[in-house]
Design a protein around this ligand. Sequence first.
Ligand SMILES: [Zn+2]
Length: 69
Amino acid sequence: MKKPDNCPACGALWRGEEIPREHLHLYGGSLHYSRVIAVYDMILDRRTHYECPDCQAKFTLEFEPLDDA
Ligand SMILES: [Zn+2]
């Protein structure tokens, strides 16, 4: 699945810093970190959804915008 660079809700660019060359293999071919927020539920002990850092729109885990998801 292609991971989006922009928020589908507000269009904000999610692409963050470039990933150092020595860490690229950990990120499945992505060249940049993602600014999108993974929201973690301490009680459920798992990620519940993702959130846009700019407009706070929420996305399901199936959306998989994170490089390290
Ligand atoms: Zn957004």
